[in-house]
Write a protein that binds this ligand. Sequence first.
Ligand code: NAP
Length: 328
Amino acid sequence: MGVKTLPRKIYVTRKLPEDIESRLAEHFDVRSWDEEDKPVPRETLLEEIKDVDGLFCMITEKIDEEILQAGKHLKVVANMAVGYNNIDVETATANGITVTNTPDVLTETTADLAFALLMASARRLTETSDTLRKGEWGAWSPMQFTGQDIFGATLGIIGLGRIGEAVVKRAKGFEMDVLYHSRTRKKDKESELDIGYAELDQLLTKADFALLLLPYSSESHHLIGKRELALMKENAILINASRGGIVDEDALYHALNNGEIWGAGLDVYEQEPVPTDHPLLTLSNVTAVPHIGSASVKTRRAMADLAADNLIEGLNGKKAVTPVNLHN
Ligand code: NAP
């Protein structure tokens, strides 16, 4: 008689769609935090992590050294996001823990949102809609509610990866001139996508729209601050669809309030949820949405499915589908 092996244990940090929960339950002994709107308290996670082999987590959890050390049996940490700045990958690697993310499945959906935020900011959609609802529309007049043109404008993309490239395709439909700045220059993409490379300062000087689509790291912390904002045109709009910490929010507030730049479109914030009394939210030239880059029904399901696949493969002795470390 063969020895029956006990199922691997995993902890899931949020309520998931039922069919994905059922799929995980076919493979694992699953415990989970079942609230939809509230992240698992840190003390609970520190306790739950102790005996599990795998963790299914969100960007709301800080998976730092303390958590990783507490997870004595931990083998796979599956983040339901493409960005993984919430995880101490270096410590995970040192402890032989595979970290996985969810690339590709969210690329087009996030590019849609980035472009929607660009359009909404340029044409003042949320601000003017609020005005209408408050009964403050008044009569049509020549310069009322005027914004910036998108068609034919210059777009500067900072971080030309999967999502950046997907945005280029949308921008080309609007006959925009596209410049990019990225850690690595991609000469093949320049001719393929009809885009030009620029150093960061040069891009900021020329762009009508500067769009951030790079990962957050110690290298990109406050990449856009007072000096960089001062380089931008007075009619320029900054769009952040990547991570809040890339922009110095105090500097952004002052640049917007002093008319140094024309507007900003924000999906992400240094602190999330962004406090409702945050100075940026008092400005009418800020279009603000609550970190909804990947939030379509289809894409969120695909992200959860991919995170589940990473645990299923990674904990069953195979290579995880989309690891960010332990590649060999
Ligand atoms: P990706 O394919 O890895 O692209 C990121 C690009 O940024 C790469 O080309 C990379 O250059 C470049 N880069 C990295 N560090 C840089 C730096 N310091 N300065 C300039 N460029 C730098 O990632 P992706 O799938 O497009 O996603 C990009 C980011 O978007 C994610 O990291 C995530 O934080 C964010 N995101 C946000 C949402 C949302 O809901 N708002 C949704 C999805 C993703 P190399 O080619 O040299 O690596």
